[in-house]
Design a protein around this ligand. Structure first.
Ligand code: DON
Length: 552
C-alpha cells in the first residue's frame, strides 16, 4: 500500500467521540460519524435530534454557540444567538410603575427573540459540512415521525412545567395525554408536525426559516399570542462568524467564546488572575483556595455585567478587560484572607430562582476536528409556547437587561451594554471551550446552567489542570458558584468540610448549600483515543449518553 493509502486506512479505522445529554440524539451523531461525516456534520445531526428528543433545551426555535476547530488547527465561532425583534425597544418589559414585568420576558410570545439555530447550523454546514444537509436532518426527522421513547427526566421536566405548557394547545398535544398528565417514562412521543418541519428544513436549508410556511406559522401564533415578531425579523437574521476568544494558560491554548458570550473573557480573567496563587499546594478542599476562586469569579462577573453585551453596541474595547496590566491589578486585589463584599464590586440586587435548562454537547471526529456547542431555549421549554411547525420557542429576551440595574431570572444585574436594542443579541453565559496542547485537541467541554455555566467550566479546568484530577473526577468533583450579587457562595455537597465552611464564613464569605451546579458533557484526550464523559449529576448519570465509535 502506498503511504497515502495507508494513512487513509488508518483514518478510517479511527473514530470519534460524542458526549451529549440524550441517548437517541447521540445515536444520530454516531450514525453520521460512522457514515464518514465530520465533526460538523455530526454536530448538525445531533443538534436537530436534540430538538426532537430533548425538547426541554434542544431546539429549532432557539439559538446558541458552536465553537469549531478543524483538523488543521484553524478555529471559528459560529454565533447563532437569537436577536431582539425589530419592534423591540428598551422599555418592552417595563411596567407603568417603572418596574419589570417578569412574566412578559419569560413566558409567552412576547418573550420570544428571533431564533438563530437553523440559519446558524446551515452556515456551519455551508462552510465545513461534508455530507448532504438533508442526510444530517434525516435521523431527527425519523425520531420525530416514528417517535422517541420518553425517559424519566423528560417526564418529570414536563410535570414541573405542566401548568404553563398545558396552556399552549400545541405543546399540550405534543407532550401530554388527553387527561393532561405528562407522557410517562416509556411512552412513545410522536411529533408529526415537527417531522414535516424537519423535512422542509432538510429540503430548503436556511431558507425555510427566512420565509414560507414555517415562518408564517410562527408569525400567526406570535400575533395571536401578543408577540412582536415580524416577517422582516426572519429575513434579516444572520448568524455571525467570529474569531474564538483565545489565550494561553498552563501550556494549553484555550479556545473560548467571545461576546456576546461572557465565557471567554470570564475564563481568561479568572484563570490568569488565579495563577499567581499556590492553589495546587493548598488543595481544593482548602477554604483559602475556594475563597480565591469565588472572589476571582465575583470580580469577573462584575465586569461581565457592566461591560458586556452584543459587541455591535460596544463603544469600548472589550480586549482591554483582559489586558495583562488589568489582570495584574485584579490579582493584587485578590487575597486569600478575605472575601470582597458586593459593594466593592459595584453591583446591586438579589437573584431570582434559576431555571436549569440549556444543553451542551462535545464531539471529536476521526481526524481530530472538534465541535463544542452550547444551545438553548433559555428557560426550560423556553417561553412554553409552540409554533405550528411543532417546535418550542425561546424566551431569550430575558437575557437582556430588561431594565438595566434590575435582576433577570438568574439574578444577573446587567448594564446598558445589554439593554434591548432591535437586532441585537442578548449577553450570554454559554461557554463552549476547546483546549489545545502542542497543536492537538486536549479536551472539549461546556455546560448548561445560566451564570453557573461560567463557574462550572472554571471549576472543571481548575480541577483538571491545577488540582490535577483525572478527567472523570474533574467533571464529577463538587463545584461552587459565586457571582457579583448576591455575595453568597453556593456550595455543592462534598466541597469543603464543615470546619472549612466555618472558616470560610470567618473570612467573610457567606455560603449556602446547593445540590447541583451544571451538567458537563466533555471529551478528553485519552492516550491515543478519546474519553467522552457525561456529568454524573444529570439524573444520577442514568440518562446521559456518551459514545465512542472507535479510536482516535
Ligand atoms: O445564554 C445564557 O446565558 C442563558 N440563556 C443560558 C440559560 C441556561 O443555561 C439555563 N440553564 N441551564
Amino acid at each position: 500500500m502506498s503511504a497515502v493509502a495507508l494513512l487513509f486506512a488508518a483514518l478510517l479505522a479511527q473514530g470519534g467521540a460524542v458526549a451529549a445529554s440524550e441517548e437517541q440524539a447521540v445515536d444520530a451523531a454516531v450514525e453520521i460519524l460512522a457514515a464518514g461525516g465530520n465533526a460538523v456534520d455530526a454536530a448538525i445531526a445531533l443538534h436537530f435530534a436534540l430538538a426532537v428528543s430533548y425538547p426541554v433545551a434542544g431546539n429549532l426555535g432557539g439559538g446558541g454557540f458552536l465553537l469549531y476547530r478543524d483538523s488543521s488547527g484553524a478555529s471559528w465561532f459560529v454565533d447563532f444567538r437569537e436577536t431582539a425583534p425589530a419592534a423591540a425597544h428598551r422599555d418592552l418589559y417595563r411596567t407603568a410603575a417603572g418596574g419589570v414585568d417578569e412574566d412578559a420576558s419569560t413566558l409567552g410570545w412576547r418573550a420570544v427573540a428571533v431564533p438563530g439555530a437553523v440559519p446558524g447550523l446551515a452556515e456551519a454546514h455551508r462552510r465545513w459540512g461534508s455530507l448532504p444537509w438533508a442526510a444530517l436532518l434525516a435521523p431527527a426527522e425519523r425520531l420525530a415521525r416514528a417517535g422517541f421513547v420518553v425517559d424519566e427526566e423528560l417526564s418529570s421536566d414536563l410535570a414541573a412545567e405542566a401548568e404553563a405548557l398545558l396552556a399552549d394547545p400545541l405543546a399540550r398535544a405534543s407532550f401530554f395525554r388527553d387527561d393532561g398528565t405528562p407522557l410517562p417514562p416509556g411512552a412513545l412521543c410522536r411529533q408529526p408536525a415537527l417531522a414535516a418541519t424537519l423535512a422542509r428544513i432538510g429540503a430548503e436549508g436556511a431558507a425555510a426559516l427566512r420565509a414560507g410556511p414555517i415562518v408564517d406559522g410562527i408569525l400567526a401564533a406570535s400575533r395571536a399570542g401578543g408577540g412582536i415578531l415580524a416577517a422582516e425579523d426572519f429575513l434579516d437574521y444572520r448568524p455571525e462568524l467570529r474569531a474564538a476568544h483565545r489565550f494561553h494558560w498552563r501550556g494549553l491554548e484555550v479556545l473560548a467564546a467571545p461576546p456576546p458570550s461572557s465565557g471567554g473573557i470570564f475564563l481568561h480573567q479568572t484563570l490568569l488572575a488565579l495563577d499567581a496563587f499556590p492553589l495546587a499546594r493548598w488543595g481544593r478542599q482548602d477554604p483559602r483556595a475556594q475563597l480565591l476562586i469565588a472572589d476571582a469569579a465575583a470580580h469577573a462577573f462584575a465586569d461581565r455585567n457592566r461591560w458586556l453585551g452584543d459587541p455591535a453596541g460596544f463603544d469600548h474595547d472589550a480586549a482591554a478587560l483582559v489586558a495583562p496590566a488589568r489582570i495584574a491589578a485584579r490579582r493584587a486585589r485578590l487575597a486569600p484572607g478575605h472575601a470582597t463584599p458586593p459593594e466593592a464590586l459595584g453591583a446591586a440586587a438579589e437573584r431570582r430562582p434559576e431555571s436549569p435548562q440549556t444543553t451542551h454537547f462535545s464531539l471529536v471526529d476521526a481526524r481530530g476536528a472538534a465541535v463544542s456547542c452550547t444551545t438553548t431555549l433559555n428557560g426550560a421549554f423556553g417561553a412554553k409556547v409552540m409554533a405550528p411547525g411543532g417546535f418550542l420557542m425561546n424566551n431569550e429576551m430575558d437575557d437582556f437587561a430588561a431594565v438595566p440595574g434590575e435582576p433577570n431570572q438568574f439574578g444577573l444585574v446587567q448594564g446598558g451594554y445589554n439593554a434591548i436594542v432591535p437586532g441585537r443579541r442578548p449577553l450570554s453565559s454559554m461557554s463552549p471551550v476547546i483546549l489545545v496542547r502542542d497543536g492537538a485537541v486536549e479536551a472539549v467541554l461546556g455546560s448548561p446552567g445560566g451564570p453557573t455555566i461560567l463557574s462550572t467550566v472554571l471549576h472543571v479546568l481548575l480541577n483538571r489542570w491545577v488540582f490535577g484530577l483525572e478527567p472523570a473526577a474533574a467533571v464529577a468533583a463538587p463545584r461552587a458558584h459565586r457571582q457579583d450579587r448576591p455575595a453568597t457562595l453556593r456550595l455543592e455537597d462534598g466541597l469543603l468540610s464543615p470546619a472549612a465552611r466555618v472558616q470560610l464564613r470567618r473570612l467573610g464569605q457567606e455560603w449556602s448549600g446547593r445540590d447541583s451546579i451544571g451538567d458537563v458533557n466533555a471529551v478528553f484526550r485519552d492516550g491515543d483515543g478519546w474519553l467522552p464523559l457525561c456529568d454524573p449529576r444529570a439524573s444520577g448519570g442514568a440518562r446521559t449518553a456518551a459514545a465512542v465509535s472507535g479510536r482516535r
